[in-house]
Design a protein around this ligand. Sequence first.
Ligand SMILES: [Zn+2]
Length: 240
Amino acid sequence: MSYPLKETRDIHLLNQALTYTLVRRKRRTIGFKVDGSGLTVSAPPREPYHYLEQLILERAPWIVKKLQELEANRLPQRTWQNGERLLLLGDELELNLYRSLRRAEPIRSTGKIWVGVPDIRDADAVQQRVAQWYRRLAAQHFQTRLACYAPRLGLAPPPLKLSNARTTWGMCLSSGVIRLSWRLIKAPQPQIDYVVAHEIAHLKHMNHSRAFWDTVAQLYPDFESQRLALERDGARYHTF
Ligand SMILES: [Zn+2]
């Protein structure tokens, strides 16, 4: 037989069917790769299928995460032109540009956001104006939500800092400051409230212990489904 030998196989991974490529090579080790063509497993010629599939299952969280990241990168790139869709609190807004030499605040009306810039073809200027607007709204909105949840644990609303993080939605510092990613303002209210409840609960428990999750549930009983929804939709909030 001549190597490499290539075949495609199916496996059930975290409740979804996944087709992967198995490449048999003259090698001693087993390799895993996730890229634009999906999962590829490289294995020695006689390694049994059931053993390979067991290894794939052990790596399921990593594989699924990699596939999701690739999916996120396939989301449309922003052009910052008229008609583009932006998310705010889970709703889609249509971007409407107009020429304005003055530094005007973006205006939101039903289903639309109006952004005035000196030159509407200047994508950088549009993006900058929109991002500033998001950050301002995020700060106002998150402060309101923190002020809503903190008193339920007998606490004063904590100081808020916006973050630009792309890996975490929120973080509670030991100083008691809560950092939230401004991009979270694109998510629907329940997902935001889950993150807010999560970080407020950290003011009582600086860990992810059982007591911590009980406190999250006390603040936001439906937190589990929102946590999953945020994991599912999160990549959409990161397109800019
Ligand atoms: Zn946490």
